[in-house]
Write a protein that binds this ligand. Structure first.
Ligand SMILES: [Zn+2]
Length: 83
């Protein structure tokens, strides 16, 4: 993973952390968030700044398709382990 040239500073004074967003709107899009909040973006008033440019509708659909495939495979694996 390439490193950002400039790391923004959070409202709390710490350097922001590069995280990955996993929602259907922005699958795998990276953003800067507060160091203290782990990998989960929680509330909109906390520090938040996108690192990756927005997805085009086409790439979004492609990513969602891939994500669905991965999840299906993971589910299948999990089911195998259980039985
Ligand atoms: Zn912070």
């Amino acid at each position: 993973m390439e490193m950002p040239e400039v790391i923004p500073v959070c409202y709390c004074g710490n350097l922001a952390k590069l995280n990955m967003y996993w929602s259907n709107d922005n699958p795998g899009r990276r953003f800067f968030g507060c160091n203290k909040f782990g990998s989960r973006f929680q509330k909109p008033y906390q520090f938040f700044s996108w690192f990756d440019p927005p997805f085009t509708p086409r790439s979004r659909i492609m990513l969602l398709g891939l994500l669905k495939k991965v999840r299906t495979l993971e589910d299948a694996k999990r089911r195998e382990r259980r039985t």
